[in-house]
Design a protein around this ligand. Structure first.
Ligand SMILES: *Cc1c(COP(=O)(O)O)cnc(C)c1O
Length: 392
């Protein structure tokens, strides 16, 4: 079985596809027809790879964490996505999609954002490449994430509040989709994770796959072999995890572990652990696992980390879960917090709260002394200082 790529209709096993209103067909079809040819072209790759190197700061280091390794008695390598420009993996995708939009002749970019990280990455790419940028954000999130709202504005983006429903991420997605329908000729919608209608999950996974491509090259150089024993990443929608797993999913000997946000606990009613709590459903244009009531109403998720606070999971990951190709752990808020402080103390690296969920797998699973364990450190913790200070 090929886990990496969807079929021609965008399905990973039974998950994926494009469930969209008829008015969105022209936009989505235009992308489906053109995305692979454009992003695989030499011209595109030359510009994209140059920006990744000289603007984003890639390759990011694969750092052998000696002190953490001693503590857990195994060989731990951290993939340092926190060292990217704008502080996380999201810029890999935002830059790629804005470059693609330019080649499709678009002049206007829209995006949705929850915590603001994807909004900042998209606004950054638009400032650099000279496109108009509109970011939809729930009214409540705008209040909660003031520093990122300020960044987006300074970068020249217009931030439009979503005032319907719960006034959070899923409402911002609805507003963005409405905008896209009304402005299909001029506008590209930069989706921020491996979610949405085909081809977005594949498109975003390909842009993030640079993470596992580099891991392979760096391991080869450091330990003489390309494949680790384990790769571990946190999953919100699943883009940093898709990037970390991409070049390993079809390599049988590599074990794959995903960390979801358990919130206060999977049975607490305040959780975002989609594989534990979700059922088959359609959310934001694709069929996947969704946290929903028996009559299909989306359940509000909870996580201490805004980036994992999402009631679904990308179809790529739903398939890995269903096929038991990946092992899923649910990490609670307090467990993630503990690991954030632990990494800071042992290695002098303040991780994002999201990434701390991946680190917390070290407490849940016993690894052998000689195991090579690669963990994706998806972002840095600057944005989470308020939460960390409250818990010092
Ligand atoms: C947004 C974000 C995530 C979650 O998004 P994925 O698409 O699941 O990767 C994880 N880590 C950081 C640092 C983020 O900013």
């Amino acid at each position: 079985m090929n886990y990496k790529n969807p079929d021609e209709h965008g399905y990973y096993g039974e998950f994926g596809g494009a469930f969209i209103p008829e008015m969105l067909y022209p936009n989505v079809e235009e992308l489906q027809k053109n995305y692979l040819e454009i992003i695989e072209s030499e011209d595109f790759q030359n510009e994209y790879q140059d920006l990744l190197k000289n603007y984003v700061g890639r390759a990011t280091p694969l750092y052998f964490a000696k002190n953490l390794s001693n503590k857990y008695n195994t060989q731990i390598y951290l993939k340092r996505e926190d060292l990217n420009h704008t502080g996380a993996h999201k810029i890999n995708n935002a830059l790629g999609q804005v470059l693609l939009a330019k080649r499709l002749g678009k002049t206007r970019i829209i995006a949705e954002t929850g915590a603001g990280q994807h909004g900042v990455a998209t606004a950054t790419a638009c400032a650099l490449l000279g496109l108009e940028c509109i970011v939809y954000m729930g009214e409540i999130d705008i209040q909660r994430q003031a520093p990122n709202v300020a960044r987006m504005k300074m970068l020249g983006a217009e931030v439009i509040p979503a005032t319907s429903g719960s006034k959070t991420l899923k409402d911002a997605v609805n507003e963005a989709l409405r905008d896209w329908i009304n402005n299909s000729v001029t506008t590209h919608y930069v989706i921020g994770s491996v979610v949405g209608p085909h081809p977005f999950p594949d498109l975003v996974a390909r842009f993030q796959s640079i993470i596992s491509k580099e891991i392979k090259e760096q391991l080869k150089e450091k330990i003489g072999r390309e494949n680790p024993d384990y790769v571990i990443a946190c999953v919100g929608g699943g883009s940093n995890a898709a990037g970390t797993f991409y070049h390993f999913v079809d390599e049988k000997e590599v074990k794959i572990i995903a960390a979801e946000a358990g919130g206060h606990g999977v049975d607490s009613g305040k959780s975002a652990a989609t594989t534990f709590l979700g059922t088959l459903g359609v959310l934001h244009g694709s069929k996947s696992l969704v946290m929903q009531t028996a009559d299909g109403q989306v359940i509000e998720p909870h996580s201490i980390s805004a980036g994992l606070d999402y009631p679904g999971i990308g179809p790529f990951h739903a398939n890995l879960f269903q096929e038991k190709r990946a092992e899923f752990f649910s990490i609670n808020d307090d467990e993630a917090l503990k690991c954030a402080f632990e990494l800071t103390k042992l290695e002098g690296i303040i991780p994002a709260l999201e990434s701390s969920h991946a680190l917390a797998v070290l407490d849940k699973k016993k690894f052998n002394e000689e195991d090579i364990v690669v963990i994706c450190l998806s972002g840095r913790g600057d944005k989470d200082m308020e939460t960390y200070l409250k818990n010092l």
